[in-house]
Design a binder for this molecule. Structure first.
Ligand SMILES: Cc1cc2nc3c(=O)[nH]c(=O)nc-3n(C[C@H](O)[C@H](O)[C@H](O)COP(=O)(O)OP(=O)(O)OC[C@H]3O[C@@H](n4cnc5c(N)ncnc54)[C@H](O)[C@@H]3O)c2cc1C
Ligand SMILES: *[C@@H]1O[C@H](CO)[C@@H](O)[C@H](O)[C@H]1NC(C)=O
Ligand SMILES: *[C@@H]1O[C@H](CO)[C@@H](O)[C@H](O)[C@H]1NC(C)=O
Ligand SMILES: *[C@@H]1O[C@H](CO)[C@@H](O)[C@H](O)[C@H]1NC(C)=O
Ligand SMILES: *[C@@H]1O[C@H](CO)[C@@H](O)[C@H](O)[C@H]1NC(C)=O
Ligand SMILES: *[C@@H]1O[C@H](CO)[C@@H](O)[C@H](O)[C@H]1NC(C)=O
Ligand SMILES: *[C@@H]1O[C@H](CO)[C@@H](O)[C@H](O)[C@H]1NC(C)=O
Ligand SMILES: *[C@@H]1O[C@H](CO)[C@@H](O)[C@H](O)[C@H]1NC(C)=O
Length: 516
């Protein structure tokens, strides 16, 4: 459990406080490897290097180290292991709960920023990407060969975390999650061993890496499957102002639509909820990308639109493949040409729904709805009522995304549940709830936590007692009490057994990981 474990860790550092500081000096000399930058508390650059993307977290790693080769990484992991430190890899640093910094003080952080090789094999339609790459740079490199693969919209998200836990984008109904496209991995185990994982090599580890990777190993290179880029992509955005009953019905209407047997996998979409124009209303949007013949989108969406109230507005953005990736990114895809924004705005949200200020502190939750028993009327009503009323008065800046994982012909749900550690293979929606503080001054307001917690409680308490909902590890939440069930479900026992054999001392432990 998260809470007792955190208390234990704090108690340990009190008891062994002196030892920890003495160890820090020897650690500095141990970690002084030729050509490897390492930053310790007090060093110039340490504060910047230990800054979390979500400023709700301020953490003090024991050091931040920048290896360039698997051999250097192996040495660092062994030093961490020997010193009984927890070691965490940071790829893009976009963890919602600062798990790229280990999620707790005193972690040895390995920044993968130097692992940026990308080698595309156009004949095989594969690419080997260093685990420090960001999504935007990978998209550009693949596009040079007329290829693309499945991933989320934000160009600065790192492939290391993204491909470990999921990786949803509007191509996912067609190409799967990012982790479904992982063909093989090069990695470093908790004892420093450099090895590989694929369906033929270390198959158990390969299974675990796709869904729970950060608890088992640090990847250095990831082999990904790629696809011929679609000839054209039509980004669409339909908007409504709806009252509570309409908004709840619309969710049901969309679910019915998404289960039409002929719905094309080229249709990728999410419902975006934002603050209504007045208390009691919801700004209800359907946004996504159509990867088929642009002339066929209207016919595809017609059954849904015909069952909805009149549209308030509609926008289409046509383009080729890489133009669509760029539009959805809301900024350049080349992450070395411009710094990451210093706040937590979801660029996609910001581009299309620039309704309010961006802040640097946020709380986020997720809820994965089971296809077998989708959200019932009472739950939908409670959900939309909370959005329409509390969402109007809340002192936070928020957006909710109801991402279509399932529906007919979804590649995500075509993968057998036991094929990877990612357990949610029969879901319809993954809902993201995200609320930022209005200004940059700490602390994050308590009302932000209660706004989201009450909302999700409203959904679950109006659902059957045995409603088997889940949560999404890429939207990781530090306060999720029943996280083993929600994140890993029936896979938890197998993951735990593997954890005990591969990382018995918990080198790769962090909040809400696989650890007891
Ligand atoms: C602005 C924004 C937009 C987003 N959009 C989407 C989206 O469209 N779709 C979606 O699915 N998700 C999205 N996410 C969530 C994102 O996928 C996760 O936060 C993801 O885990 C971030 O990966 P990272 O490497 O950037 O993060 P990090 O903080 O570096 O890492 C996250 C976790 O992975 C571990 N890790 C990192 N690198 C490695 C490695 N090489 N080997 C082993 N473990 C590693 C870390 O230790 C940590 O536990 C978004 C997040 C943000 C902040
Ligand atoms: C701060 O860290 C970021 C990466 O997180 C890096 O790109 C940037 O160069 C660093 N800035 C300084 C001044 O070191
Ligand atoms: C990156 O590619 C270069 C050139 O092929 C190679 O020398 C180097 O070892 C690679 N780096 C890593 C970390 O794989
Ligand atoms: C609120 O929603 C209702 C119901 O759809 C709509 O008629 C009304 O115009 C909306 N109000 C505003 C201010 O948008
Ligand atoms: C598709 O429908 C929109 C309205 O939703 C309309 O503006 C557009 O002209 C239609 N496109 C085609 C190709 O029929
Ligand atoms: C990204 O930008 C950098 C610096 O401006 C440049 O050197 C590099 O070639 C660009 N990469 C791509 C894939 O365009
Ligand atoms: C909203 O939050 C801001 C900044 O945290 C604070 O100054 C203000 O008093 C809050 N207002 C309400 C009504 O809580
Ligand atoms: C490291 O762990 C792996 C996996 O458990 C094991 O096969 C290997 O023998 C270990 N290596 C050492 C040096 O202990």
């Amino acid at each position: 459990m998260l809470v007792p474990r955190t208390i234990c860790a704090a108690a340990l550092s009190v008891v062994f406080g002196v030892g920890v500081y003495a160890a820090a000096d020897s650690l500095r000399s141990e970690l002084t490897l030729p050509g490897v930058q390492s930053l310790f508390p007090g060093d110039a650059g340490y504060a910047n290097a230990s800054r979390a993307f979500n400023l709700r977290f301020t953490l003090e790693p024991v050091a931040v180290v920048f290896p360039s080769t698997p051999q250097e990484l192996s040495e660092i992991v062994q030093i961490g292991h020997k010193n009984r430190l927890r070691v965490a890899a940071r790829s893009g640093g976009h963890s919602y709960i600062a798990n790229g910094l280990g999620g707790e003080n005193g972690t040895l952080v390995v920044d993968m920023a130097r692992f940026t090789n990308i080698t595309v094999n156009p004949e095989a339609r594969t690419a080997i990407v260093g685990s420090g790459n960001r999504l935007g740079d990978i998209a550009l490199a693949l596009n040079d060969y007329g290829l693309g693969t499945a991933h989320g919209t934000c160009p600065y998200v790192g492939i290391g975390g993204h491909s470990s836990y999921g990786g949803f984008g509007f191509t996912s109904r067609m190409w799967g999650l990012t982790l479904d496209n992982v063909l093989s991995l090069e990695l470093v185990l908790a004892n420093g061993t450099i090895t590989k994982a694929s369906k033929d090599i270390n198959p158990d580890l390969f299974w675990a890496m796709r869904g729970a990777g950060p608890s088992f190993a640090i990847t250095t290179a990831i082999e990904l499957a790629a696809y011929p880029a679609p000839a054209s992509v039509l980004i669409f955005q339909y908007n409504w102002q709806l009252n509570v009953d309409q908004a709840a019905d619309a969710l049901s209407t969309f679910e019915t639509f998404s289960n039409k047997p002929d719905l094309s996998p080229e249709f990728g979409a999410e419902i975006v909820l934002t603050r209504g124009a007045i208390a009691g209303n919801v700004s209800w949007g359907l946004t996504g990308a159509w990867h088929g013949d642009p002339n066929l989108l209207n016919d595809t969406v017609a059954p849904f639109l015909n069952a909805m109230p009149p549209l308030h507005g509609v926008t289409f953005t046509p383009g080729n493949w890489i133009e669509s990736v760029t539009v959805l990114a809301g900024s350049t895809l080349n992450t070395s040409s411009a710094p990451d924004y210093t706040d937590t705005c979801d660029s996609f949200h910001f581009l299309f729904y620039a309704t309010s200020e961006c802040a640097s502190r946020f709380y986020a939750k997720s809820l994965v709805t089971p296809a077998a028993s989708p959200m019932n009327d009472a739950a939908r009503k409670a959900f939309m009522s909370h959005v329409a009323f509390q969402g109007f008065t809340t002192n936070t800046s928020w957006f909710f995304q109801i991402e279509l994982y399932g529906g007919a012909n979804s590649k995500i749900n075509a993968v057998p549940t036991d094929a990877t550690a990612f357990v949610h293979r029969s879901s319809t929606f993954t809902i993201q709830f995200y609320a930022s503080s209005f200004n940059n001054a700490p602390p994050y307001p308590d009302s932000g936590f209660t706004f989201l917690d009450d909302l999700v409680d409203g959904i679950t308490s109006n659902s059957p007692k045995d409603w088997d909902y889940g949560a999404y590890t890429n939207y990781m939440e530090d306060k999720l009490v029943d996280f083993k069930q929600r994140y890993y479900g029936s896979h938890y026992p197998r993951l735990l057994a593997l954890k005990k054999s591969l990382d018995p001392t918990g080198v790769f432990d962090f909040p809400v990981g696989i650890d007891d």
